[in-house]
Design a protein around this ligand. Structure first.
Ligand code: GLP
Length: 239
């Protein structure tokens, strides 16, 4: 069953997630990281950039694979996950740009080639995850089963609404995205899920204590042997 860490505040939760990534890189400088986006991760990347700036870690041998990306946005669109990763991590550390991967939300064969690239890199050592209010991981919305792999999905209305603030006023949130599947995620050797804020408390409770099933995709993490769930007090308040 997952290891659960309840940090005293949001900042400490973000730093705890960053510390696990730092440990992975220290143990294996050529770590293959699975990365996530979302507001929850901004503080994680801030801590990793600080660790790099203080010369505690280098990303020069690291490869990364992001979980997901919107369909239909240019990579330099300010709300794209590619733009987010450049802004919050890649531009500030020494990762090789050709080793920093995101699925291509605009290419027809992107799903298969992404799975192939992960396999060719040797698989993911540590997968960082956030959680949606409905229990989604990546963009695997409720209904996604344990056998799903990288594919194009339709976004839940709730997810579009939750992410609308990332888009300029008047720009609609895309209704499709490309995401690693549950099976893709569960193949990572280590998984770290970070949940902060009261809006995540129900999803975290269902993931940890509810039935394992498609109604809460994060619940499938309980079938993996090395999962750490890091929460702040608000996200953990129903545990
Ligand atoms: C997004 C992402 C997820 C993320 C989740 C929570 O839409 N696709 O990978 O974990 O929703 O985001 P936030 O951290 O902003 O609450």
């Amino acid at each position: 069953s997952p290891k659960i860490i309840i940090a005293e505040n949001t900042d400490a939760a973000e730093r705890a997630a960053a510390a696990l990534i730092e440990a992975s890189i220290l143990a294996k400088p050529a770590s293959v990281l699975g990365l996530a986006t979302g507001r929850s991760m901004i503080g994680v990347y801030r801590a990793l950039v600080a660790a790099y700036a203080e010369s505690r870690i280098s990303f020069s041998q690291v490869a990364s694979f992001n979980l997901d990306e919107y369909c239909g946005l240019a990579p330099n669109h300010p709300a794209s996950f590619a733009h987010y990763m450049n802004e919050h991590l890649f531009d500030a550390v020494d990762i090789r740009r050709d080793q920093a991967h995101l699925p291509d939300g605009n290419a027809t064969d992107a799903a298969k080639s992404y799975e192939r690239a992960i396999a060719e890199a040797g698989g993911i050592d540590l997968q960082l995850l956030g959680i949606g209010r409905n229990g989604h991981i990546g963009f695997n919305e409720p209904g996604s089963d344990a056998a799903t792999r990288t594919r194009v999905v339709e976004l839940a209305r709730q997810t579009q609404d939750a992410n609308a603030a990332d888009f300029p006023a008047g720009t609609p949130v895309p209704d499709h995205a490309i995401t690693m599947g549950i099976a893709t995620i569960l193949e990572a050797r280590q998984i770290v899920l970070l949940a902060t804020g009261a809006a995540k408390a129900d999803a975290v409770f269902a993931a940890v204590n509810g039935e394992v099933g498609t109604h809460n995709p994060a619940s499938f993490l309980r079938t993996h042997s090395d999962v750490t769930i890091i929460c702040d007090r608000d996200a953990a308040r129903r545990l």
